[in-house]
Design a binder for this molecule. Structure first.
Ligand code: ATP
Ligand code: MG
Length: 402
């Protein structure tokens, strides 16, 4: 292994001192979370970059594979090092360039001399290393403007550092650096994407799901757990709250005019979500709503639904087109799970002609004949909680022994 460490450049970062420290601390914690399987890692954090030591090939492979998913990283580069000796430098340059294979390739040498006393100046280093690489690799030629590879050479006080690649990171902010929200997670395409986007902004999420057995099956619940699990890959464990919703849904169908059942259902969901939010100390609620997608997502509907709480409702998809949402879902690997055909509690109770312009007062009037408060309390109290990822690997291991 010629690489000694991976240099990490921080993503979008406020310049304010305390936030910066918090950002760095969170990033470090999240890296620890993402790489528990190859922990311990030696991490050295500086004010504007971080270094992870590469101890062996296996750790290197895993780091290169998963670092692009960690939020808060703008880009990263594997860095090689050698002593401050021109022959050692030439050999290292040749070795690094050998990593790119035999296809035709253009390159140039970029030099940064922190140690101004090093006897070779920038021009001499470029010439010596450039010459050595060209003689040893017939497929490589020099190009100054837009080369395929920019071989960066840093002459520091302790040693020479070289890197050939700048790999884009996931950008965003480390999960947890922007507080916590409660994500309303259905089994659909949109809400996991909404959760992902908020996590990318540094928000830690807990998830809440409403299910209505026996109208919805174990499969649909498993689907939601799978989606939650997929989201945990982006830097944090997620607690999933599963709310038994059958009683309330049946009652709504019974007591409320059909064209308003959907609005009432959504209002009840939001009231329950808000109570759970308060219990877990989250500051906002996140949904996958997108304007105009379905009857419940007109501005009038959103207003009537929203009227039950003053808690901020974050809707990161509100202005996005479905195709763009699908593209993200595919990229983050939730799409396949989302399109599995298991019913969700809303599809089953969806009225044929829901009102697209419900009025909050009118909806509230029809709600007022039923004692929903108690049912809401009960649903909150009887919820199941799952911390994901589940320790499935461990369970499987024991299963082998039985
Ligand atoms: P999604 O693809 O996320 O299901 P959708 O386009 O199907 O969204 P709706 O079914 O109207 O739209 O749901 C809008 C939002 O309400 C969802 O994005 C989600 O945040 C929330 N929601 C809907 N059903 C549930 C549920 N069963 N449990 C938790 N949240 C839900
Ligand atoms: Mg849905």
């Amino acid at each position: 292994m010629i690489f000694k460490e991976i240099l990490i450049r921080y993503g979008e970062l406020s310049t304010k001192g305390r936030n910066k420290n918090d950002f760095i601390r969170r990033l470090r914690e999240n890296i620890r979370y993402s790489f528990t399987d190859i922990w311990p890692l030696k991490i050295r954090a500086e004010r504007d970059r971080m270094f992870i030591e590469i101890e062996n090939d296996e750790k290197y492979e895993v780091l290169m594979q998963r670092l692009p998913e960690v939020f808060g990283i703008q880009s990263f580069s594997p860095v090689a090092a050698c002593e401050k000796d021109i022959d050692a430098m030439k050999q290292l340059a040749i070795d690094i360039m050998a990593q790119y294979g035999d296809e035709p390739l253009t390159f140039k040498v970029e030099v940064r001399r922190t140690d101004k006393h090093f006897p070779y100046d920038t021009y001499m280093i470029q010439r010596e290393l450039g010459g050595a690489v060209l003689t040893n690799h017939q497929n490589i030629s020099v190009q100054v403007k837009k080369p395929d590879v920019e071989l960066r050479v840093e002459v520091r006080y302790d040693a020479i550092y070289m890197m050939g690649q700048i790999i884009p990171g996931a950008a965003g902010m480390p999960v947890g650096s922007n507080g916590k929200s409660l994500l309303m997670l259905s089994g659909g395409i949109d809400s996991p994407v909404a959760g992902y986007l908020m996590m990318k902004r540094g928000v830690r999420v807990e998830a809440i799901h409403f299910y209505s057995p026996p109208y919805t099956s174990e499969h649909s619940l498993q689907k939601v757990k799978d989606l939650t699990n997929e989201l945990t890959k982006f830097g944090a464990k997620i607690r999933l709250h599963v709310i038994p919703f059958t009683e309330i849904q049946v009652l709504i169908k019974d007591r409320v005019p059909e064209n308003m059942t959907m609005t009432v259902t959504r209002r009840m969901m939001l009231r329950i979500a808000d109570k759970v939010r308060e219990e877990v100390g989250a500051l906002a609620i996140v949904t996958g709503e997108s304007l105009g997608q379905v009857a419940s997502q007109t501005l009038e509907s959103l207003t009537a639904i929203n009227a039950v709480t003053a808690t901020p409702i974050l809707r990161p998809l509100i202005a996005m087109d479905k195709l763009d949402i699908i593209q993200i879902a595919e990229r983050i690997n939730t799409y396949e799970t989302s399109v599995q055909p298991y019913e969700d509690c809303c599809t089953i109770f969806t009225p044929a002609r829901p009102k697209t312009r419900p009025k909050a007062e009118k909806v509230a009037y029809f709600e007022s004949f039923t004692e929903f408060d108690e049912l809401i309390e009960r649903a909150v109290k009887n919820r199941e909680m799952h911390m994901l990822p589940e320790k499935k690997a461990i369970v499987d291991k024991f299963a082998d022994l039985l």
